[in-house]
Design a protein around this ligand. Structure first.
Ligand code: NZQ
Ligand code: ZN
Length: 400
């Protein structure tokens, strides 16, 4: 097992009716002037806005509001939010929504202390200063509610790049799964798939899986991740049948939170993350594509490309997530199970109604070189298997 540092500094207020409880925590952090950041209006429709602002008023907190953060938030919006936070003299940021709103809130919180947000993104350095961030989560999937990352799109350059830094991790996040009952099924499914891919990006990491004698090097971590994956699958299956099931929502929310809060990667180097790089290049160029839906298409295509290079770990995944068995002493049986695990993943995604190709979003073969160049410009691709341009082209092309 690799050395690691694990720190999850976010206080989580989880469960029914927990949203108003965030207000006293904000006061306790010495924040009296707050910028509230929202998306396109769901927070008004599901009652979150009223419950939250009543609690802020009761706590004596003053606030200003920044509305309209869109899915795959843009640099332009971050800059507008920074201007608003400065003009109001905000001492903290409270983001109310899914990953896009929380990421935008984090970027605003860091950007207040920067000369120029994008110039800083290009340095690839961790953010060291930000206004304290708080969050009310209304869509579970990204884990932005409990991690130190923010992903913003520079639309002019078609670049969707992230920043990190401990100061970006929310101080406190309220997660009331009840407010996610207003989500359309497609968003529940694609965000649940996003959470699965976070776990899988780390699970299929870049070195041989076994330490000899069939012993897997990071047994504890792999078992935690398999449990997270099984739980997300069960929760999505339950929600597909009954979207009102509180317990299914709650389990999905909690598992998704752990998908990318640092826990799923502890001891596993830094994961593979090719599929995310390819998806960010995709939605950087086509900002109307929901992140989780893009991954539902690309992740199985990446698996298809790489499973023959690492059949042991894919066969283990097949057994412990999809109950597909094999004879570990027989390489042909291991390879067959690995392939069946990939097929089972793809089948589950399409059973939940996720898209299985890119062309219905208007993506064509001519877009592949620019997406590929963009993905490579951010980082080398492929830790499980280093990928060349031919392989990356195949991953995109397979799902056109
Ligand atoms: O804008 P509103 O009106 O709020 O509607 C949103 C939005 O249209 C809607 N929604 C949210 N909560 C709702 C609701 N609709 C009804 N009822 C509710 N309770 O959902 C739509 C999508 O929201 P969005 O925030 O875009 O979704 P998601 O949480 O999937 O976030 C995606 C963004 O997060 C980034 C993605 O790249 C993408 O930009 N990611 C952030 C990560 C991180 N910070 O660690 C990691 C991820 O891998 C990912 O890259
Ligand atoms: Zn993701």
């Amino acid at each position: 097992m690799d050395n690691f540092t694990y720190c999850a500094p976010t206080r989580i207020l989880f469960g029914k009716g927990t949203i108003p409880a965030i207000a006293p925590h904000i006061s306790a952090h010495g924040v009296q002037r707050l910028l509230l950041v929202f998306g396109g209006g769901s927070a008004r429709r599901n009652g979150v806005y009223d419950a939250l602002t009543a609690a802020l008023r009761a706590a004596g907190i003053l606030w200003d509001e920044f509305w309209g953060v869109k899915p795959n938030p843009s640099l332009e919006q971050v800059n507008a939010g920074i201007a608003k936070a400065r003009a109001f003299g905000a001492q903290g940021v409270l983001a109310v929504g899914g990953g896009s709103v929380i990421d935008c809130g984090k970027a605003i919180a860091a950007g207040v202390h920067l000369d120029d947000y994008w110039t800083f993104v290009e340095t690839r350095k961790p953010a060291e200063r930000a206004l304290p961030v708080f969050a009310v989560l209304t869509l579970s999937g990204t884990s932005s509610e409990m991690n130190d990352k923010a992903v913003i799109t520079n639309e002019a350059e078609a670049k969707k790049w992230s920043i990190g830094g401990q100061c970006l991790a929310p101080k406190v996040t309220a997660i009331d799964p009840q407010v996610q009952a207003t989500l359309p099924w497609s968003l529940t499914a694609s965000s649940g798939i996003d959470a699965m891919t976070h776990v899988m990006e780390n699970y299929f990491r870049g070195r041989p899986a076994t330490a000899g004698n069939g012993f897997f090097r990071e047994e504890t971590q792999l078992q935690i991740n398999e449990a997270l994956l099984r739980s997300i699958v069960l929760s999505l299956n339950a929600l597909q049948k009954d979207s009102a099931s509180y317990d299914a929502r709650a389990n999905l929310a909690w598992a998704a939170c752990w998908g990318l809060n640092g826990m799923s990667v502890a001891g596993l180097s830094s994961g593979d993350w090719t599929s995310h790089a390819l998806e960010h290049a995709l939605s950087g160029l086509f900002p109307h594509i929901p992140h989780g839906a893009g991954l539902a298409v690309l992740f199985p295509s990446w698996m298809e490309e790489v499973y023959p290079f690492a059949p042991d770990i894919f066969a283990r995944f097949a057994r412990n997530v999809w109950a597909i068995s094999c004879n570990p002493a027989d390489p042909a049986s291991v390879l067959e199970a690995a392939q069946k695990g990939v097929a089972a993943t793809r089948a589950a995604f399409s059973g939940w109604g996720a898209p299985d190709n890119l062309s219905h979003w208007g993506v064509r073969e001519e877009h592949i070189p620019v997406m590929m160049q963009n993905a490579y410009s951010y980082r080398a691709l492929g830790r499980l298997v280093p990928l060349n341009e031919e392989q990356v082209t195949r991953i995109y092309k397979r799902v056109l």
